[in-house]
Structures are given as structure tokens and as C-alpha cells.
Design a binder for this molecule. Sequence first.
Ligand SMILES: *Cc1c(COP(=O)(O)O)cnc(C)c1O
Length: 361
Amino acid sequence: MKYERTYNFSAGPATMPEAVLEEIRDEMMNYRGSGMCVMEMSHRSKMFQQIADEAEQDLRDLMGIPDNYKVLFIQGGATLQFSMIPMNLMKNGVACYVETGAWSKKAIAEAKKVGEVKVVASSKDKNYSYIPDCSDLDIPDNADYVYICENETIHGLTYSKLPNTKGKILVSDQSSMFLSRPCNVSDYGMIYAGVQKNVGPAGMVVAIIREDLIRDDLESLPVYMQYKAHADAGSMYNTPNCWAIYVCGKVFKYLKSIGGLEAMAKLNEAKAKVMYDFLDSSKMFNGTVAPCDRSLMNVPFVTESKELDAEVVAYTKAAGFENLKGHKSVGGLRASIYNAMPIEGVEALVECLKKFEQERG
Ligand SMILES: *Cc1c(COP(=O)(O)O)cnc(C)c1O
């Protein structure tokens, strides 16, 4: 059966691979002879444990996660990590943050409630349109970690090269780029990602954390805020987000089936090229980010005026393309072209924008 579906350019929750949605549909009423939907299943059952174990193993295979890293599935989205990270990782009470946009600003604001935050680089001067030079940051000896938002979803920035942390551990928010390309996990102390951007349904974060960073001297912290509680309980300290674990597990298997992260990266590069080549050739539409720092996942762009931007949003919506309005904090337009957006969707969008430009230009 074919369903009528739109090309959904939402920044999150975002489009999912159709093959995965179809599998979930087929398993909805009776998951593998259990007579239940996974939604109805005890998280303590053998069947669900197997779903969770496979999800973790498939993610480990995809990313090549070393054995000395724990994989945790935690609720509270990426936002809870803005607090959990400083609460767990600030031993000396000092951390360095790179400020590249809205999401790193939020992380900085929460970390300041826990300890001393040193903003070691910022692109605020140019409205977060570039990644600052991070090759020689002024990192104090007692800093506990260096924090980055590796892909700024709202501003459309990504790092082409990781910061030189001068031996300190790197903590990265990969929410809007998770599994979009190969990643060398051992370059990081911790990677985390809210899954609703590039992987699954909202309400869960995947945290990949080096074992020696998980502390057992934090009894005074609320238990849910301790990585140790989640690690010791295999991410089932309380009822986990079973549905998200199930769906993410399917997406991990899907990514393996199409050739893993290298194949995914090639596709993402091809899709982004279609978008950026168009923006670079258009007279009406302009990208807002320095070319070397452009995100492969979130493509912000503008016309000469707010009024025209709004017209474009209405025009694309009428043509069947959803969620192209830029984030309310920056305006303009934004096409989020995550893993699950097919290249046909990007090509069709570019055709639509070209048509608009011709009609109006
Ligand atoms: C969406 C997003 C978040 C927040 O995610 P929630 O799950 O809503 O808490 C944090 N960081 C980045 C980079 C994001 O894109």
C-alpha cells in the first residue's frame, strides 16, 4: 500500500526512513508472535531486553564504539544533558565552552548554574555564521572538559575539524548530525544526541561516554542525574523510552543495511551539494553560513526581505514541501535534509525554488 507523503524538511522531530515506518506498521499489532505491540511490552521482558541489546550492539557496530565507552539511553532529550554534563563531569568546577549559536548558548547557561564556564571561542560577532578558530584555545589547566555543539541546528554550522583541546576531554552535542557521517568515537570523552533530529522519535538521548568519566562519588546528586545510575542499570534504572529504543534500533539496522555511515555520508554530501550549488548560483536566495562551515544537515538561507521569505514558505508549502520556515530566533528559511530525506526530495525542492525565482525574478 502506498501512502501520500510530503517532503518534510522539519528540523525535528523530522522525517524518518519510509522502510522503517513500514516495518513498524507491520509489527504494530503483533510484534513477532508476542501478540503485543512493543508499546505494550514490559521493559523487563526478555523480548524487550533483546530489542534494547540489539539496538545498542547495532549502534556500536555502526560507529565502531570502543569497549571502554558506555552507550546510555536516557530520557529528557538533549536539553537534560545541558545540566547532567556539568553536574557529572565538572570535578574541578571549571569547563570550557565554544559558543556557536543557540544550542551552545543554552548549554552554557545551564553549565553556569553548576560551575565556572569559560567561553573560549565564539562566533557571536557575526551572528553565528561561522565556526571560530579552535586550533589554539586558551584552556586553563584545571578545566574539566571542552564542550562543543558539533552541528548548530538553527544556524546551520558544522565543524570541519575538531578543536584542539590540549589534552582535555571533548564533549560534543551531535543531536542534529548523529550518524550522518563516520565518527571517531575515541576523539571524544562524551558524545550525545537527542534522537528526534536524525534517528527516531522525540524524548530520548543517546549518550556515549568513556567509562572512566562515570563517577561513583556523586551520591548527593539526584539519582536520575547520575550517569552511574543509568550505566549500572543498563539504561533501565526506571522505565526507559521503550518505543524510542525500538524505533532507533530499526534505524540503526537500516543504516547498516545501506552500507553504514560511509555510505550515508556520501548520500548526505550529494544532497547538500544540490542545495548549496543552487544557493551559490541563485540571485534571489543566499546561504547565510561561511562555505567552509556549512552544515550537511541544516541549510539556512534568505531572500532580500522578510516578506519575500514568507512568500517562499507559503509557495513551497502549497507545492507540498513542509517546514521550510527558519527558526523563530533567526527568521529566513531553513531546509533540514537529515539522513532520511531522499535526494529526490532535495532536487524537487530546488526545482520549486528555481520556479519561484523565475516567476518573480
Ligand atoms: C534539538 C536540539 C537540542 C534539544 O533537543 P531536545 O531533545 O528538544 O532537548 C539540543 N541540541 C541540538 C544541537 C539540537 O538540535
